[in-house]
Ligand binder design. Structure first.
Ligand code: HSE
Length: 352
């Protein structure tokens, strides 16, 4: 089945997604009867291109790698200005799916939230890895999708393509989840690992995390816990029916931790981790993010470097821990593919 996809934003995640489509085209068609057609891309820095017949992905990737603008694409396309207004583009271009891949704004969720609303109001499913809209407006967007018989999917917002929402929705369906705790920020876990294993001080480890591209543009979001708070709020609201706002979460970052604290914990058979905790007690949901000393025997204590992990405490299965990438070009690009494939599975069942 063919799917017309509009991409808003074509940075790291968007290019990772395109690389996967290029690499996997044959497999996706053979195994899943899935044929993506990218009909429009617009990016604040790279320009725009609209091609109702579908873009040649290899040509687009080549242009992006060469630093050329999208409107220099020389395949069949509609003649466009260099930059198109994303809201007009979403409204006017016919497509089944919007992939919203613009930058995360944890204060307002904009402009992504407006793009998502426009897509849902003009008959398009939405997939996104953008934490802003999911952390601030999840219920409103889900409701808008539902009244329009559409899907709003957000797998990549927590632990990139590591299946968190798909796991709960499918494999764990039927369980009550009582508590979720985990390591949701790769930058801080990398810093804590370097401080323990490589005798680095906090500042030195942070600098290395920035050089390696793990940290957010403003690393305060990582080290002071705001990024983990956003992800914890998404988990609370999506998986436990919460109505939590980020500012209600008890938050403490890792910037005050010294190497000596980490080594003392190690001597005592413990390890510092920045733990996000979401606990359900009847109808009450408590969310916190703070550095915790956990016993070395806890599965979360063994999660080192940029890896993320989550432990679900369930009524039927006890504790289940998943570990995997929390960021990355291909890993987050995969989250977009996995959400689109989920849409294609339900669409082929209902044939709508
Ligand atoms: N800066 C984030 C992290 C990226 O370090 O986990 C993924 O959201």
């Amino acid at each position: 089945m063919e799917y017309r996809i509009i991409m808003i934003g074509c940075g790291t995640v968007g290019q990772g997604f395109l690389e996967i489509l290029e690499r996997k085209a044959e497999q996706l068609l053979d195994q899943y009867d899935f044929e993506p057609r990218i009909v429009a891309i617009t990016d604040k820095l790279k320009g725009s291109v609209v091609a109702p017949e579908g873009l040649n992905i290899s040509k687009i990737l080549y242009r992006l790698k060469e630093g050329q603008r999208l409107n220099t694409y020389d395949g069949p396309k509609i003649k466009t200005e260099e930059f198109l207004d994303p809201l007009n583009l979403i409204e006017q271009v016919e497509a089944e799916i919007l992939a919203e891949l613009t930058y995360t704004n944890l204060k307002t969720g904009e402009p992504a939230t407006s793009y998502i609303k426009k897509a849902l109001r003009t008959g398009k499913h939405v997939v996104t890895s953008n934490k802003g809209p999911a952390a601030l407006h999840y219920h409103e967007l889900k409701e808008l999708a539902s009244v329009n018989h559409l899907q709003f999917r957000i797998e990549g917002t927590v632990m990139s393509g590591t299946p968190v929402f798909h796991l709960v929705e499918n494999g764990l369906a039927g369980n009550d989840i009582r508590e979720i705790k985990g390591i949701l920020n790769g930058t801080t876990n990398f810093i804590l690992t370097k401080m323990e294993n490589d005798q680095m001080e906090y500042e030195e480890a942070l600098k290395l995390a920035q050089e390696l591209g793990y940290a957010e543009a403003d690393p305060t979001a990582d080290v002071e816990g705001f990024d983990a708070v956003a992800k914890a709020v998404i988990l609370a609201n999506v998986l436990m029916g919460g109505k939590i706002k980020p500012e209600e979460v008890k938050r403490q970052g890792i910037s005050a931790l010294k190497r000596k604290d980490i080594l003392e914990a190690k001597e005592a058979g413990q390890r510092f981790k920045l733990i996000a905790r979401i606990k359900k007690d009847g109808s009450r949901i408590e969310v916190s993010v703070s550095p915790e000393k956990i016993p070395i025997s806890d599965p979360l204590a063994g999660v080192m470097g940029v890896q993320n992990a989550l432990t679900f405490e369930t009524d039927l299965m006890g504790e289940i821990t998943i570990q995997g990438a929390g960021a990355g070009r291909i890993e987050t690009g995969f989250s977009i593919l996995s959400d689109i494939l989920a849409i294609s599975r339900t669409r082929s069942k209902t044939k709508n």
